[in-house]
Design a protein around this ligand. Sequence first.
Ligand SMILES: NC(=O)C1=CN([C@@H]2O[C@H](COP(=O)(O)OP(=O)(O)OC[C@H]3O[C@@H](n4cnc5c(N)ncnc54)[C@H](O)[C@@H]3O)[C@@H](O)[C@H]2O)C=CC1
Ligand SMILES: O=C(O)C(=O)Cc1ccc(O)cc1
Length: 366
Amino acid sequence: MNKHVFIIGLGLIGGSLALTIKEGHRATISAFDVSEEQLKLALALGVIDMAEPSIEAGAKKADLIIIATPVKQTKQILQTIAHVDGKPSAIIMDVGSTKSDVMQTAEDWLPEGTCFIGGHPMAGSHKSGVEAANKRLFENAFFVLTPSKRSTAAQLTILKQWLTGTRATMIEMDADEHDKIAGAISHFPHLIAAALVGQVSDLSAEHPLAMRMAAGGFRDITRIASSSPAMWRDIMLHNRQEMLDAVDDWQERMRQIKTMLENASDEELFTFFADAKEFRDALPVKTKGAIPSFYDLYVDVPDYPGVISEVTKMLADQGISITNLRIMETREDILGVLRLSFRSEKDRKKAEECLGVASYPTYVAT
Ligand SMILES: NC(=O)C1=CN([C@@H]2O[C@H](COP(=O)(O)OP(=O)(O)OC[C@H]3O[C@@H](n4cnc5c(N)ncnc54)[C@H](O)[C@@H]3O)[C@@H](O)[C@H]2O)C=CC1
Ligand SMILES: O=C(O)C(=O)Cc1ccc(O)cc1
């Protein structure tokens, strides 16, 4: 019999998972989202087979339930699911960026015998919404699973089979360890990126040129400051203690840097940068899917009618699919005025070559 997958919260991650599951399984995929727009768009894009009128309606018939909402909502949703008389063999998972709170809620609320396994794909983007969903989003990335008393080894194996289409590397981890590591490598960098942007934003009030001159390094290190504010607020609140510890550690590091600068200590400053470079250079090579920024290409186009259709036709003639297109409003803010998004690095490269032949300057700004 056809299996049924039910996704609650059909944005970037829910939509991307729907696409990966569709590839590998003959299952019916349905979804519920508080945003009707997201559901309509998902149906139009073929990301899901049907929309559900409520959480209860979808959860009742599902073999796999995926909660892919912001972490704050996940708690409420688990409480709703707890009252649904669903299939006894159903597996429930989430994809939230924090795990301890969610695992505790599942433990507190779900009836004995209900299977819940925490999940966190360590790949994503600063973009949100089902329109940004991409079946290659998780390729080669780590996908953390946090099994608990609420799951068996056999259920974990079944869940991994559902997720094979992600082509991610599954790792199992305790929720507290997950929150410590994710706190350091993912959550805290978001605080730093937003604080750096704040610093330059304040500076630009007096020196407007700062905004226009912000390039290279500043763009690299602050890309994630363009992420969803609501999502990151909730992640911070769910991983508050780890963030407080990280802020303490950071203040101590800044104090040491201040001393090095006050002492004009050239040797210490050199070592500070050299140590950082050594560790950074030794990070695993960024392969597709390992927390990618999407495959965007900025194209500097002249301002005359029809130029956009000229560019898109050129790419279509070469069989290169564009997944998104946006006209950037401020030329000063970014090199190039047209932002094209592609499904893969290969497509972006092909587009770069194709447009290069036609003498359009292109830029990659990750
Ligand atoms: N964005 C990213 O790069 C990553 C996000 N995550 C986690 O995945 C989860 C989802 O994130 P995204 O897909 O990026 O967010 P998103 O904003 O693209 O999608 C979330 C969806 O949930 C819906 N929603 C909100 N409250 C709801 C409710 N009560 N019931 C039903 N639907 C509801 C929203 O309308 C939206 O469509 C979050 O918990 C986030 O921490 C995990 C890995 C990467
Ligand atoms: O765009 C980026 O680099 C991200 O930071 C994506 C991301 C966001 C949330 C996660 O829990 C994991 C990855």
